[in-house]
Design a protein around this ligand. Structure first.
Ligand code: FAD
Ligand code: NA7
Length: 560
C-alpha cells in the first residue's frame, strides 16, 4: 500500500509505511507475512544480520529447544508441515535457525526486513494517530501501526561483577555467543548459572574442557528430556495427525498436545502418584509436567511436594558424592515455580567426572572477578575462560530498552515503573496503535511459544482488518480494562506457587527490577477464548476512533 492510498487502511495522514514491526524471530516473521497478506506496507527492523531471533543469538554449545520439534514450529500453513522434517525429538539451535530461514525464504520475507538496524525510540502523535520510530543511525520512519516482536528472552542479563574488566582470559554470555568455534580443550572454564541454559551448556562442555567449574547459586529440577532421532514412520504419523495435534495443543493450558491421566491427585495415594510420575519420568520432557493437569501441579502444594520430592530422589540417585548431590538438590522452591529445565545429556552424571566441579555461590557468594579467575568469599578459582549463563532481563527488557513515548509525553518506562500494565498483554493504555507480541500479562513463556505467537499475530491482524473495515485509525486499551486484566493476572498467580521462587517470571533475577509476576498464568486455552470473545464483542475494553486531529474524531466505546 502506498502513501496515496493510506486512507484505505483507515489512516488520514500520510505515513512512510502502514506498519513497523521490530524483530525478525518467529513473531516478526509471521506478523510481516500476515499484514502483507492484508495489503499493508510493512517494514521490519532487526538488530541481527539474519532472521531467527532467539535462535540467531543463542548459539552456545548444547543450545536446544525444550518444546518438542513437531510443535515448535508454525501451524498456520499446511504446506510448511508437508515439506519440513525435523530430525530429532527436540530440535537443536542450528536446525531451528535453518527452519526459520527456510520459512523466510518460502514466504519471501527478506525483502521487507532491514537487518542490522536497531530501533532506539518511538514517539506517538495523537493528532495524527501515528508513531515515529527512530533507529540507532538516526533514520526516522512514520507509521500507523507499531508492533513490537522483540522477544521475552532477548535482552541478556549480565550481573555487574566487580573486576570483570580486569579478567585476562576470554569471556562470553551464552546469549551472545561468537560465530567462531570455541576450543575448550586446554582451558579451565568457569560457568556461572544453572538455569535451562547453564544446564545445557554444562552437560555439553563437561568433559570437553580441561576442567569445568560450575558456580551455582540456586539448584534446579532438571527432568530428563529423552531426546532421540525421529524415525521416518513416526514423522509420517505426526504428519497424518497434524490437524488433531494442533487442535489439542491450542486447547491446552501450555500449548502442548499431551494428555494427563488425572486432573488432580484427588483420591490417589502417594504411591499411586509416584507410579504416574515414574511413567512420565521415563517419557521425559514436558510430558512429566503433564503427569497431572499442569495447573494442579503448580497450584496444589501437597501434590507439588510429592513431585518435588520425587525429583530430589532422582538427583541423589544419580550423583556419586553425597555432598555434591545435596548441593544439587533444590529445596528453596517448589518444582515449576521457576521455568523447569530439561536434562539432555546426563546433567547430574556430569558431576561424577573428575574434570567437573561444583561451587556453591549461595553459601559463598562471588566477591569479584580477578585477572585470572573468580574469587568467592571462601576461595579463589583459577580460570582461563568465563561463561555467563546468567539469563535475561526477561519479559520487559527488550521493550524497555527502547525509549517509547505515548500520549501526553508519558514514557513506557514511567508507566511500567511499578511493573508492566497491559490489557491482554497486547496493548497498554496511553499507547494507542502499539501492539506487543507475547507482551507482559500474556501466556508467552508459560506455553509452547510458537502457538502463543500465532494467536497474537492473528488477533492483531484481525484487529487491524476490523479497523480498516470500520474506518478507525486509532485503537487504545481503556484504563478500566487494563486495571482488571492486571488484577486478574496477579490474582491467578497468587493462587499458584509462583511466589515461592525468586524467578525471572517475577523479575527477581535483575537487581532493582520491580518484582511482579509477569506472564498470564491462566492457560493458553482460556486466554484464547478471552481474546476471541473480546474481538467478537467489537473489541470490548478498547476504544476505537479517529485521530484527535481529524474532523470526525468520534470515539466509540466498542459495544456501543
Ligand atoms: P525473539 O526470537 O527473541 O526475536 C526477537 C528479535 O527482536 C531478536 O532477533 C532481536 O534481535 C530483535 N530486537 C529486539 N529489540 C530490537 C530493537 N530495538 N531493534 C531491532 N531489533 C530488535 N520457547 C518455547 O516455546 N519452547 C522452548 O523450549 C524454548 N526454549 C528456549 C531456549 C532459549 C535458549 C531461549 C533464549 C528461549 C527459548 N524459548 C523457548 C523462547 C523463545 O524465545 C521463543 O520460543 C521464540 O523464539 C520467541 O520468538 P520472538 O520472535 O517472539 O522473539
Ligand atoms: P535463567 O533461568 O535466568 O538462569 C540464570 C542462571 O544464572 C541462574 O542459575 C541464576 O541463579 C544464575 N545467576 C544469575 N545472576 C547470578 C549471580 N549474580 N551470581 C550467581 N549466579 C547468578 O536463564 P537461562 O538462560 O538459563 O534460561 C532462561 C530461559 O531461556 C529458559 O526458560 C529457556 O526458555 C531458555 P538464580 O537461579 O537466580 O539464583
Amino acid at each position: 500500500m502506498s502513501d496515496a492510498d493510506v486512507d484505505a487502511a483507515g489512516g488520514s495522514e500520510e505515513t512512510d509505511v502502514d506498519a513497523v514491526v521490530i524483530g525478525a524471530g518467529f513473531s516478526g516473521l509471521y506478523m510481516l507475512h500476515k499484514l502483507r497478506e492484508q495489503g499493508l506496507d510493512v517494514r521490519v527492523y532487526e538488530k541481527g544480520d539474519e532472521v531467527g531471533g532467539t535462535w540467531y543469538w543463542n548459539t552456545y554449545p548444547g543450545a536446544r529447544c525444550d518444546s518438542e520439534s513437531h510443535i515448535y514450529c508454525f501451524s498456520f500453513d499446511e504446506g510448511l508441515h508437508r515439506e519440513w522434517e525435523w530430525s530429532e525429538r527436540y530440535p537443536e539451535q542450528p536446525e531451528i535457525l535453518d527452519y526459520l530461514q527456510w520459512v523466510a525464504d518460502r514466504l519471501d520475507l527478506h525483502r521487507d526486513i532491514a537487518f542490522e538496524r536497531e530501533v532506539t525510540s518511538a514517539t506517538y502523535d495523537d493528532e495524527t494517530a501515528t508513531w515515529t520510530v527512530e533507529l540507532a543511525d538516526g533514520e526516522r520512519v512514520r507509521t500507523r501501526y507499531f508492533v513490537t516482536a522483540v522477544g521475552c528472552l532477548s535482552e541478556p542479563f549480565l550481573p555487574d561483577f566487580d573486576g570483570l574488566g580486569d579478567f585476562e582470559g576470554e569471556w562470553y554470555h551464552t546469549a551472545r555467543w561468537p560465530d567462531e568455534e570455541i576450543d575448550f580443550g586446554d582451558d579451565h572454564v568457569g560457568v556461572i548459572g544453572t538455569g535451562s541454559t547453564g544446564i545445557q551448556f554444562i552437560s555439553e562442555v563437561g568433559g570437553r574442557a580441561d576442567h569445568l567449574t560450575v558456580f551455582q547459586r540456586t539448584p534446579n529440577y532438571a527432568v530428563p528430556a529423552r531426546n532421540r532421532p525421529l524415525e521416518d514412520d513416526e514423522y509420517e504419523e505426526i504428519r497424518e495427525n497434524y490437524d488433531d495435534i494442533w487442535a489439542r495443543a491450542r486447547d491446552s493450558r501450555l500449548g502442548m498436545p499431551f494428555d494427563h491421566e488425572h486432573e488432580t491427585d484427588y483420591g490417589l495415594s502417594e504411591e499411586e502418584i509416584r507410579e504416574v510420575l515414574e511413567e512420565r519420568w521415563q517419557q521425559g520432557g514436558f510430558r512429566f509436567l503433564h503427569s497431572f493437569e499442569p495447573g494442579s501441579i503448580l497450584s496444589n502444594p501437597e501434590l507439588n511436594d510429592v513431585v518435588s520430592a520425587f525429583i530430589r530422589e532422582k538427583i541423589r540417585e544419580r550423583v556419586d558424592d553425597p555432598e555434591t548431590a545435596e548441593t544439587l538438590v533444590p529445596t528453596d522452591h517448589p518444582y515449576g515455580a521457576k521455568r523447569p529445565p530439561m536434562d539432555y545429556d546426563d546433567y547430574y552424571g556430569t558431576y561424577n567426572r573428575d574434570d567437573v566441579s561444583l561451587v556453591d555461590v549461595d553459601e559463598n557468594p562471588i566477591e569479584r572477578v580477578t585477572a585470572d579467575g573468580i574469587r568467592t568469599t571462601a576461595a579463589h578459582y583459577d580460570l582461563d575462560m568465563l561463561v555467563f549463563a546468567t539469563g535475561f532481563d526477561a519479559m520487559t527488557g527488550a521493550i524497555l530498552a527502547m525509549d517509547i513515548e505515548g500520549k501526553n509525553g508519558q514514557t513506557l518506562d514511567e508507566k511500567w515503573e511499578a511493573g508492566p500494565r497491559t490489557y491482554l498483554g497486547l496493548m497498554t493504555h496511553g499507547f494507542p496503535n502499539l501492539f506487543t507480541i507475547t507482551g507482559p500479562q500474556s501466556p508467552s513463556v508459560l506455553t509452547n511459544m510458537p502457538l502463543s505467537i500465532e494467536q497474537h499475530v492473528e488477533w492483531i491482524a484481525d484487529c487491524i482488518a476490523y479497523m480498516d473495515e470500520h474506518g478507525y485509525d486509532r485503537i487504545e486499551a481503556t484504563e478500566d480494562a487494563e486495571d482488571q486484566w492486571v488484577q486478574n493476572t496477579n490474582m491467578l498467580a497468587e493462587n499458584m506457587l509462583f511466589s515461592e521462587a525468586d524467578s525471572w517470571y517475577r523479575g527477581a533475577n535483575v537487581p532493582g527490577k520491580t518484582q511482579v509476576f509477569t506472564p498470564f498464568p491462566g492457560g493458553l486455552d482460556n486466554y484464547r477464548e478471552i481474546c476471541a470473545r473480546v474481538a467478537r464483542d467489537d473489541y470490548d475494553g478498547f476504544e476505537l476512533g479517529r485521530a484527535s486531529g481529524t474532523a470526525d474524531e468520534a470515539v466509540s466505546e466498542p459495544g456501543d
